[in-house]
Design a protein around this ligand. Structure first.
Ligand SMILES: Cc1cc2nc3c(=O)[nH]c(=O)nc-3n(C[C@H](O)[C@H](O)[C@H](O)COP(=O)(O)O)c2cc1C
Length: 280
């Protein structure tokens, strides 16, 4: 399990990395990708892509603090924007990170400016992997299905993929992708299997957020999970309507008691370089 660091001041990164190591994380990752307004205005996350000297200072401090046997990795977007200066900064940080001993870099093929508008640039990921040679590069962006993961690996040549939005409401995507990679056929979880996982998620969320707040967060996830249900439209409506934790559990009882085959969640905007056909 990896722990990720995000911050503005280089001096804070060493002590923060030490705390993550003491907490037992297996990998320490640094976030130079987050495009959220509040994060950018505090000079954190993706902001560092605009200041390579500071970024490299942070990387050195983390690598120098973390014991050699624990990998330190980096997460980046493909730049701040589409300018050539941004591309130069990207490669300065990218090359400098490996030179300072980082084990892998995950690259999300969107710029910080782009946020989530438009596709992840898989052509750029291909270029980055060719540039990196033997170094480990992990690709990110538009991985909504097992097929899209295989497509990214094939099109870009990256060493691994990092699934993000595609796992929200569909944690089965990891096993399915691993199976598809090994040439096995895959099928969506049936309703009973969905219920087991959704219930476990609810219990973990209740432990973490408490009885009062659990409804808000699990309402959101319920809406995502509903996409896998054979009667997705009705189930989605039912999750949207919940107001309390008790309402939420009633939706589970009403819609997840009788078993039936599940479905793969539709992919609305597949990456242009993926073989996936968009849902109609
Ligand atoms: C709700 C949400 C939270 C995220 N939080 C993080 C984060 O804490 N650290 C990180 O490196 N990336 C984070 N990301 C970015 C994803 O890891 C990923 O790079 C991005 O969503 C592109 O992949 P996708 O198009 O397959 O979703 C987050 C994305 C979303 C949607």
């Amino acid at each position: 399990v990896g722990g990720q660091l995000m911050g503005s001041e280089p001096e804070e990164f060493g002590p923060a990395a030490r705390r993550l190591v003491e907490s037992g994380f297996h990998v320490i990752d640094i976030n130079f990708g987050c495009p959220v307004k509040k994060v950018m205005s505090r000079c954190r996350g993706g902001y560092h892509l605009s200041q390579p000297e500071v970024a490299l200072d942070i990387i050195s401090r983390v690598r120098d603090t973390v014991p050699a046997e624990i990998p330190v990795t980096l997460k980046m977007r493909r730049g701040i924007d589409d300018s050539s200066e941004s591309a130069d900064n990207f490669f300065m940080i990218f090359d400098g990170a490996y030179a300072r001993g980082l084990s892998a870099i995950t690259v999300h093929g969107r710029t910080v400016d782009q946020k989530y508008v438009g596709p992840s640039n898989w052509e750029f990921l291909k270029q980055v992997k060719q540039h990196a040679g033997e170094k480990t590069v992990i690709g990110s962006g538009d991985l909504f299905s097992p097929q899209s993961c295989l497509d990214m690996l094939r099109v870009t040549g990256v060493d691994g993929v990092s699934i993000a939005r595609g796992a929200i409401g569909n944690p089965w995507i990891f096993q399915q992708t691993a199976d598809l990679l090994r040439g096995k056929s895959i099928s969506p979880p049936d309703v009973t299997e969905q219920r087991e996982v959704i219930s476990a998620h609810f219990e973990l969320a209740r432990e973490f957020y408490g009885d009062k707040k659990v409804c808000n967060t699990m309402r959101k996830f319920g809406i995502f999970y509903s996409e896998l249900h054979p009667q997705y439209a009705e189930v989605k409506k039912a999750f949207i309507a919940v107001k309390t934790a008790a309402d939420w559990l009633k939706v589970l009882d009403q819609w997840y008691t009788e078993n039936a085959p599940g479905r793969f969640p539709p992919v609305e905007k597949p990456n242009p370089l993926s073989l996936e056909t968009p849902a109609v």
